[in-house]
Design a protein around this ligand. Structure first.
Ligand SMILES: *Cc1c(COP(=O)(O)O)cnc(C)c1O
Length: 459
């Protein structure tokens, strides 16, 4: 018989997680004011809130921690990171930062001014936050197909080149400091971007004299999808694909908590010396000296090793197959989600599941609470609580999609855990007709309300 697939690693250290009863969870979620962010991790059995900084490091990464050089300036750990970024990501200049949004902060402090335009394919929320904070405008140029959850496309996270060119034609080049291409497209459901689209986006940017920034939080997962789905790449290694993909960009911002599989860290990389010098000032001011920038030496070592390991096929294959495995279980049970399964997460389509809960009572949040009550699983709402109020009218915004994201940490859970998640989803789905009431807000902050919002069951 054919030898089945299995993980490309074995386990050397384990961490106990805690089961609980439904009665306990009812108590805990009430005490947390029905906000999943307010639960203690010990009250959660399987935590799929995020895949950011929640992965398991390898033995090689842990050994790198012990060899960290904590010198203030010129540490060998920085050199290791610099070498890895140059070799794997093709960028000769790198500034370490404490995480991805810090890289955005340094870059945009040096380049953006009020009224600027930054087009992209669904900017990630911190990216958009840093753009809008500077009174610049993030223009979304994602392909329309990305918002149709049932459409199966191999590269559903792509840039719409017509929308992008319209933007380039509408505004003078001086007003567009860069264009951001996010790979994979997190906001659109962890959907990848093809090499053709990366190349053509780069060509279009350069035709108009605009630098291309890649937001590379999940660059390795994107390279995996290119290898598996795009003609001409099946026989290329992930590292070859990564090099080609990133060679089209002028700037890279990186949240190392994702595809470099470390618990904390990030970097800003570029080719242009002048830009590097501009950014250096903000890096020194906000992050730290240029050879550590908000990171420990040991963490830079682990990051350098993570970049190397996680651009190997077997690691990515294990990870992405696990997400797809969860998707296939949900298919079996008929539970609707954003198709096809993304690289890092499954996005349950809450509107199609809880059809009796009115949108004013937060459909995706209600689904998140039900899933927690069912089996102690913590996902995250990507719906109208996250969408927040309209800054002008103060009214709640109701986005087209109400999604519950189940983000799978790297190398952390087994497929048995995926079975538990899928079964819990099925149970909630099977009793969906009986779920008719959602929640109402009792307290909220004026910005980023989802982290701290308090709710109670609707009457
Ligand atoms: C997580 C993420 C960021 C921000 O990184 P942090 O490390 O969380 O600050 C930026 N872009 C994308 C696509 C991300 O997924």
């Amino acid at each position: 018989m054919e030898i089945p697939f299995s993980e490309a690693y074995r386990i050397k250290m384990v961490e106990p997680i805690h089961k609980s009863t439904r009665e306990q969870r009812e108590q805990w979620i009430k005490q947390a004011h029905y906000n999943l962010f307010s639960l203690k991790s010990s009250q959660v059995f399987i935590d799929v809130l995020t895949d950011s900084g929640t992965g398991a490091m390898s033995d090689r990464q842990w050994s790198g921690m012990m060899l960290g050089d904590e010198s203030y300036a010129g540490a060998s750990s920085f050199q290791n990171l610099k070498d890895a970024v140059e070799k794997i990501c093709t960028f000769p200049l790198v500034i370490p930062t404490h995480q991805g949004r810090a890289a955005e902060n340094v870059l945009y402090s040096a380049t953006l001014k009020e009224g600027d335009i930054v087009p992209g394919n669904s900017h990630f929320d911190t990216t958009k936050g840093h753009i809008e904070f500077r009174k610049a405008v993030a223009v979304d140029c994602t392909i329309d197909a990305a918002s149709n959850t049932e459409l199966e496309l191999p590269f559903k996270g792509e840039m719409d080149l017509n929308k992008l060119e319209d933007c380039f034609k509408k505004y003078p080049k001086e007003q567009i400091p860069m264009c951001v291409l996010t790979v994979t497209n997190n906001t659109a459901g962890g959907q990848p971007v093809s090499m053709k689209n990366v190349r053509e986006t780069s060509e279009l940017c350069h035709k108009y004299g605009i630098p291309l920034q890649i937001d590379g939080a999940r660059f390795a997962e994107n390279a995996y999808f290119i290898k598996m789905r795009e003609e001409g790449y099946a026989d290329k290694s992930i590292k070859e694909i990564v090099r080609e993909m990133l060679s089209y960009a002028d700037i890279m911002t990186m949240s190392s908590k994702k595809d470099a599989v470390v618990n904390m860290g990030g970097f800003l990389a570029m080719r242009d010396e002048e830009l590097y010098h501009k950014c250096s000032m903000y890096a020194v001011m906000n992050e730290g000296f240029l050879t550590y920038g908000g990171m420990n030496g040991r963490d830079m070592n682990a990051l350098a090793i993570g970049l190397d390991e996680n651009t190997e096929f077997d690691m990515l294959d294990t990870r992405i197959r696990q997400v797809a495995y969860l998707g296939s279980k949900l298919d079996e049970y008929g539970v609707p989600y954003q198709r096809p399964a993304g690289g890092h997460a499954i996005f349950l389509d809450a509107k199609k599941i809880l059809t009796h809960v009115p949108k004013e009572q937060f459909i995706a949040q209600t689904l998140g609470i039900e899933l927690y009550l069912e089996a102690g699983i913590r996902g995250v709402e990507i719906g109208s609580i996250l969408a927040d109020r309209d800054p002008k009218t103060g009214e709640n915004r109701y986005p087209k999609l109400e999604l519950l994201r189940l983000a799978i940490p790297r190398r952390t859970y087994t497929n048995n855990h995926m079975d538990v998640i899928a079964a819990a989803c099925k149970n909630v789905y099977d009793r969906r007709e009986s779920i008719t009431r959602g929640y109402v807000i009792t307290r909220e902050l004026p910005v980023l309300r989802h982290f701290t919002v308090e709710l109670e069951p609707a009457k």
